[in-house]
Design a protein around this ligand. Structure first.
Ligand SMILES: Cc1cc2nc3c(=O)[nH]c(=O)nc-3n(C[C@H](O)[C@H](O)[C@H](O)COP(=O)(O)O)c2cc1C
Length: 213
């Protein structure tokens, strides 16, 4: 396996990135890149890796789905009592990373998370399929469970209980990552990639710099 991994390499040649090419607002730049990526119809274009660290400083990463770019931030939904939920409660500084291989692009976002309002979370919860709504009640996310039967019994219980309308569980909802730093990475030949980083300054101003690859 090691040999195979060491031989695995491709040269990136699809695009380039200059400070003069990008939007002065990184959220608008993100939307531009996201829309271009989505057009290629990849599976889960909105998937990203979220890294969190709780009070003990240990870092944990997992894949989530982006559900909105709004009010200056990046929105996603989960179980507030999950491991990641507890970690974000202890330490709201998080990092998200998107990898869009078909376009040889990466976007890294860092900042502080805040919880969405109950009204915002409820609005999105209502748009979810019935099975996913029931699933939010069923799964004590991140806890050890005895068997799959535990979940199946709870599916039956909550499906019977909430036959038509499923209320949003109080432990389920959204977060908005308010960015302080966003980096756009475009792969280039011979590992001399383009990296443009935005750092948030006073007010709504962003300072742009090029970083060494
Ligand atoms: C493609 C994909 C999308 C996912 N989307 C979500 C999501 O939006 N919300 C969520 O809570 N978990 C999602 N998961 C599951 C998480 O990766 C993770 O297993 C779960 O949230 C528990 O994480 P935790 O124990 O670190 O809190 C997704 C997994 C994959 C592979």
């Amino acid at each position: 396996m090691k040999e195979k991994l060491q031989d695995q390499r491709i040269d990136y040649t699809q695009g380039s990135l200059e400070i003069g090419d990008v939007d002065p607002n990184p959220l608008k730049q993100f939307q531009k890149w996201y829309e271009a990526y989505e057009q290629l119809k990849p599976k889960d274009p909105n998937a990203f890796v979220l890294a969190t660290a709780g009070a003990d400083g240990a870092v944990h990463a997992r894949v989530l789905l982006l559900k909105g770019v709004d009010q200056g931030g990046f929105e996603f939904y989960t179980n507030y009592q999950s491991d990641k939920g507890r970690e974000m409660e202890e330490n709201p500084k998080v990092s998200m990373c998107f990898f869009w291989p078909e376009m040889e692009r990466q976007v890294r976002v860092e900042g502080l998370v805040e919880k969405l309002t109950e009204a915002e979370s409820t609005q999105y919860f209502k748009s979810r399929p019935h099975g996913s709504q029931v699933g939010a009640w069923v799964s004590p996310q991140s806890e050890v469970i005895d068997s799959r039967a535990f979940l199946e019994e709870r599916v039956k219980h909550y499906s019977d209980k909430y036959e038509s309308e499923v209320p949003k569980p109080p432990h389920w909802g959204g977060y908005r990552l308010m960015p302080t730093r966003i980096e756009f990475w475009q792969g280039r030949a011979s590992r001399l990639h383009d990296r443009i980083v935005y750092n948030k300054e006073q007010g709504e101003n962003w300072l742009l710099n090029r970083l060494a690859p």
